[in-house]
Every structure is written in C-alpha cells, then in structure tokens.
Design a protein around this ligand. Structure first.
Ligand code: TYM
Length: 343
C-alpha cells in the first residue's frame, strides 16, 4: 500500500433480531464482544428486522423491539465514532443481495441448516415460511455487503457463517474477487448460554417460559428470583464440566465467568466446598451488577424520544453508501444492465 493511501480499519458486521426482549445470552454471546472489539474495527451493527419476520411478529411489538435493540446497543457502550447502528430494512440492498445470493445457493446447503430444522419443528409444518428457509442467504447478504472481515456471534451462528463463507468463495471463483471472506469471532466464555429452566437447551428470547431466560432489562429482584430457581442437579460439586448431568451448574459458572472475566481456576477455587445456593446468589449478584449500568444508561437514552430514531437515520445513510457499492459491483458482475436513471 502506498504512503498516500489511507488505511481502512478492518470491518465488523453483526446483528440481532428485534424479536423479543434481549437475553443475557445475546449480551454475552454478541453485544459484550461488539463493545470490546469496536475500537479496532470499522463496525456495522444491524437490527435485523427482516430476519425477525421469518416467523410471525406483531407490528407494534416489532417497531418497539427495533428501537429497544438500538437503545440497548448504545446502552452497552457501542460508540458512534466506531460503529454504525442501523436497521436492516432501511437499506434495501440487503433484500436485493439476499435474492441474488439465494439464486446461487444450492437447496442442499439450506437443507443442512440445523437452525431451520429446530425453528421449523416448533411450528405447524404448513405455516413454516419460505423466508425462514432462506434466512441464511439474507444473513450472508448482510455480512458480504459490508466486506466484513470479522463477524462476532454466539456459537449457534457457526453454521450460518460457514454457509456465508462458502457462498462468497463460490461467487468469487465464478465472477472474480467480489466479496471479502469473513471470519467468525466466538467468545471464550458465553458463546452458548443455556436456559435456566432447561440447561440442555440454548437460552432463547422467544421461549415463553417465565424462568427460562434473564432479560437484559429485568429488574434486579426478578433476576435474583430467576437465577435462584435455575435447574441444577442432586449432586454437590461446583466445577466446569461437559457432563450433561451437571449442565445447570456448568451454565451458572459460565454466566459467572462471562460477566466477571475471572479464570476457570479462580472461579472453581472461589466455590470449592460451597453449596448451590451460594453459587446462585453469587451469580445473581454479578448479573445484577453487570446489567445495572446498562439499564441506567438505557433509561437515560430512551428518555429522549427522538434520539434513537436520529441515530438510526444517520446509520442507514452511512450503511447505504457501503452496501450499495458492493451491490453495484455484484449487479455488474452477474450481468444486470445498469439503470441509467440511478445516480
Ligand atoms: P439472534 O437475534 O437470534 O441472536 C443474536 C446474537 O446473540 C447470540 N446468541 C447467543 N449467544 C450465546 N448464548 C445464547 N443463548 C445466545 N442466544 C443468541 C447469537 O449467536 C447472535 O450472535 N442470525 C442472527 C442474526 C443475524 C446476523 C446477521 C448475525 C442476521 N444477520 C449477520 C451476524 C451477522 C441471530 O441469530 O440473531
């Protein structure tokens, strides 16, 4: 690179669906990493409302959830000098590239997606949408439009990221270098937080059970109550383990570790000889204290009614510039005639 060429920071793109209250799984698996990585990257953090509608959504709740996600991104510490926060549906290039990539995706690849199988199994077979099936090609479009180098996500997104990489490689080899091949970034602790009521299932924002998830905006007493009720086992040892019989204890320790960043050894030493009640109390306190400043900042940000919409308007304008540049290159590569009225 010549001395006069300005160096561009590598890019990040990631997103969260506005499909319910965000959980500590979303925080530890994604948001906390977004904040930690932000100063070393040019970041694009998206609210993926088009992904949310792959399953039925109430329109008012979707609008509310979209603004709430944006406010939570900021409340966690995302800074606008490092990151562009925007709504997926505000940048129509996502829909267009999603369609184009869909035409390059063998159905066999989509048939292998475990998340589709899991989500489809929760619905009546005849009401499963085509959008749920092609969800991964839209996600690939989100990432590839920004030429993202890194995609910080939880463990459940590994397969979608692999498909994105495969698609980008296939397109590049057919049409010439067009897309950056993205790498995944998965946190060491917190990539897979499990349900409190069922530690063998991933904690999810769409699970209806009251004691399944801690939400980022839960009141402290509610958080304590949920964690005190968490399913454990009839034994007594407190240590990190892959043993499914102790998945509840392992999950509580993982939550503790992801909030405190303490080492495995330090945590095991702290709880040696203690009971599950002590463990739960300690976990509840680190969660309450970890979320307290975020909740405080969230209240301040949402007290100003126009602020979030303004952030999203500016974000969409910035995102469009990057996304449209990639989309134009793709249109040209695949042989779409340029629209001469389009500036
Ligand atoms: P969503 O909304 O389901 O999840 C958002 C992020 O939270 C992570 N996550 C978890 N991490 C640890 N433990 C859990 N229990 C847990 N639950 C959720 C997810 O891994 C994810 O990082 N398909 C994406 C949304 C998306 C996207 C993208 C992500 C659409 N386009 C482009 C990255 C890049 C999803 O699962 O959203």
């Amino acid at each position: 690179m010549s001395e006069t060429t300005p160096t561009r920071l590598p890019r990040i793109l990631s997103g969260i669906q506005p499909s319910g209250q965000l959980t500590i799984g979303n925080y530890l698996g994604a948001l906390k990493q977004w904040v930690q990585l932000q100063s070393d990257y040019d970041c694009y953090y998206c609210i993926v409302d088009m992904h949310a509608i792959t399953v039925p959504q109430d329109p008012n709740e979707l609008r509310e959830g979209t603004r709430r996600n944006a406010a939570l991104y900021l409340a966690c510490g995302i800074q606008l000098e490092h990151a562009t926060i925007f709504v997926q549906s505000h940048v129509s290039a996502h829909a267009e590239l999603g369609w184009i990539l869909g035409c390059f995706t063998p159905m066999g690849w989509l048939n292998r997606m475990t998340q589709f199988k899991d989500k489809a199994a929760k619905q009546q077979a005849e009401s499963v949408s085509a959008g749920l099936y092609t969800y991964p090609t839209l996600m690939a479009a989100d990432i590839l439009l920004y030429q993202a180098n890194l995609v910080p996500v939880g463990d459940d997104q590994r397969q979608h990221l692999e498909l994105t990489r495969d698609l980008a490689q296939r397109f590049n080899s057919q049409y010439g270098e067009t897309f950056t091949i993205p790498e995944g970034f998965f946190p060491k602790a917190g990539a897979r937080i499990m349900g409190l009521d069922n530690p063998l299932a991933k904690m999810s924002k769409s699970d209806p059970s009251e004691y399944h998830a801690v939400y980022m905006l839960d009141e402290p007493d509610r958080i304590r109550k949920k964690i005190m009720r968490a399913v454990t086992d009839s034994g007594s040892g407190i240590y990190f383990t892959d043993d499914p019989a102790k998945a509840g204890v392992n999950n509580l320790l993982t939550i503790y570790q992801a909030f405190t960043d303490e080492t495995t050894e330090a945590i095991e030493a702290r709880f040696a000889g203690k009971g599950y009640g002590d463990l739960k109390k300690a976990v509840a306190e680190v969660v309450v204290e970890g979320l307290r400043p975020i909740q405080q900042r969230y209240r301040e940000l949402t007290a100003d009614s126009g602020l979030i919409d303004e952030v999203l308007a500016q974000g969409a304008a910035k995102a469009r510039l990057v996304a449209n540049a990639t989309l134009n290159a793709v249109r040209d590569r695949i042989g779409f005639l340029p629209a001469l009225d389009r500036a």
